[in-house]
Write a new protein. Structure first.
Length: 525
């Protein structure tokens, strides 16, 4: 029986800026060369990798590049009222209706957020249907640079523009691409030399992740109770406006972890929450006993779920709802938490309610507040939201991935406190479907040692930087090349990867399980 031996491949940068593999060991049977592909950095001053730690930053805080989907709608996307931006790549299977927006709207890069933007030459918007705007309206624009609004990004639309076309950049004359048909979702470019990605079946990945998480036993407890009444201080703009909001009669959902598991899992009865929230002014959340670096998954049951967002999110005892007062803690919590609405047909998160008693204005003077308000967009929803089927309506800003097989409606009702609805692209590292992704790819194949024919059905384990560890099956979910015997895993950070073959269905002329073998790849440059 042929023996699989280890090989080490070192990646060098060629004159064209593409990373190419060179073999530094003898050829071995059954395994062809492995390549890690990518392109040169955008500029020496920019980070082209996913950031090591989540941060909250402003318009000049580029923390890294992210080629993964930030907002996905398997139906239509509606943006209305003072709704201003979605950070990262937005993919919409149906139409985008922007007729109700009050002012401009941006896809890709945002003013304040995670600082993880698409690559400058990437597609930051992919729409399978049409776009819709009112005549005379300022149309949405798409951009992603190292400074605010300086580098246009691209958008791809399968249909037509009903009204003014979406633009490439705030002041750009050129529109994004229209009339692409099925290719609008089949060939979305991640930028920086990465191979095009097909998002026509992306909801299958969302469904698989949701189903998998729903099956994981809880590691901690969930209690639906009441939050104390009191004053909440929030900064709406850094160093400019500080509001004091008095809140009463809020619910508090407390999740208490086991303090040790790297994946903290909780169950939440969504229908019980919906019923309890009907008599409450809002719902706040508290997470206790969460180890550093752990991912948190909240599995929410129930088909029709609605509640009003509260003003507090406590993470290990610290109220992190204000990103300007607690930027590191806010970013950490947003990246750690994921709400999985696995059974939902509809989800509505209404805006915040309270009374602004006073505020410190841009001049530093304390002035009377606006008084009572309702459905305020400034309330922050922290953590990713996924659902295979739900139509999602949000009247608040979101911080995390927003992935659903249904419609998404971002509708700002009240923005008196000064903030519009914004979606910030904090990745959830508990899954490849939701994590930050690079634009490198590893390609390999399995061949017969005698005939050199490609062999279908192999299964591998690929490990790499920042804890990357995935089982990859030929023609499985992570293999973007559906040729039997050829495996291509994309969305990878540059670095060294170890490849371990777990099994093949056919080697030579005999069925067998091959001996585990390691191969290594290192990126250079």
């Amino acid at each position: 029986m042929p023996q699989l031996q280890s090989r080490r491949l070192r990646v060098r940068r060629n004159l064209g800026g593409i990373l190419a593999a060179s073999i530094a060991a003898v050829a071995v049977p059954l395994v062809s060369p492995i390549q890690l592909l990518g392109a040169a950095p955008v500029s020496a001053a920019e980070s082209t990798q996913c950031p090591a730690n989540p941060v909250w930053g402003g318009i000049e805080t580029l923390t890294g590049r992210d080629a993964n989907v930030s907002l996905y709608s398997g139906g239509n996307l509606t943006i209305s009222g003072r709704t201003s931006e979605t950070e990262g790549l937005t993919v919409v299977v149906g139409d985008v209706d922007a007729t109700g927006i009050a002012g401009g709207f941006s896809f890709g890069q945002v003013g304040m957020g995670s600082g993880q933007w698409p690559y400058p030459d990437a597609d930051a918007l992919a729409v399978g249907g049409n776009t819709r705007t009112d005549p005379g309206q300022t149309p949405p624009f798409v951009f992603s640079g190292s400074d605010f609004m300086d580098v246009p990004a691209n958008g791809r639309v399968g249909g037509v523009a009903e009204g003014p076309e979406f633009r490439r950049g705030l002041n750009a004359a050129a529109p994004i691409q229209y009339g692409l048909g099925d290719a609008a979702l089949q060939a979305v470019y991640p930028g920086n030399g990465g191979a095009p990605v097909d998002y026509t079946q992306f909801n299958e990945r969302v469904d698989a992740l949701s189903t998998e998480l729903m099956s994981v036993p809880a590691t901690g407890s969930t209690v639906i109770g009441d939050a104390p009444d009191g004053d909440i201080t929030s900064t709406w703009y850094p160093g400019e406006v500080v509001s004091t909001v008095h809140v009463e009669n809020e619910a508090m959902v407390t999740f208490t972890g086991d303090g040790t598991s790297s994946l903290q899992v909780f169950n939440l009865d969504g229908e019980a929450l919906t019923q309890y929230a009907q008599s409450k002014s809002g719902v706040s959340f508290a997470f206790e006993g969460i180890p550093a670096g752990a991912s948190v998954a909240v599995n929410v049951t129930g088909t029709d779920i609605s509640f009003r967002q509260g003003w507090r999110t406590l993470f290990n005892g610290v109220d992190v709802h204000d990103p300007f007062a607690t930027p590191t803690e806010f970013a950490t919590a947003s990246a750690a938490v994921l709400f999985n609405y696995g059974e939902a047909n509809s989800l509505t998160i209404a805006g915040g309610t309270g009374t602004e008693t006073s505020r410190v204005d841009v001049n530093g003077d304390t002035v009377p507040g606006i008084g009572p308000f309702q459905d305020e967009a400034a309330a922050q929803s922290l953590g990713s939201i996924i659902s295979p089927n739900a139509d999602v309506t949000l009247n608040v800003s979101t911080n995390g991935r927003l992935l659903t097989g249904g419609d998404v409606s971002l509708i700002a009702i009240d923005t008196q406190l000064g903030l519009a609805i914004e979606h910030h692209a904090f990745p959830w590292s508990g899954s490849r479907t939701t994590s930050c992704q690079g634009v490198g790819s590893v390609v390999w194949s399995k061949v017969d040692g005698v005939s050199s024919d490609l062999l279908a059905g192999s299964v591998w384990r690929l490990t790499g930087p920042d804890g990357f560890d995935e089982v990859v099956a030929d023609n499985g979910d992570l293999d973007v090349d559906k040729t039997d015997g050829v495996v291509n895993v994309g969305g990878l950070e540059f670095g060294e990867y170890t490849l371990l073959v777990l099994s093949v269905r056919w080697c030579g002329r005999r069925s067998m399980v091959c001996r585990p073998t390691c191969s290594r790849v290192r990126s250079g440059g």
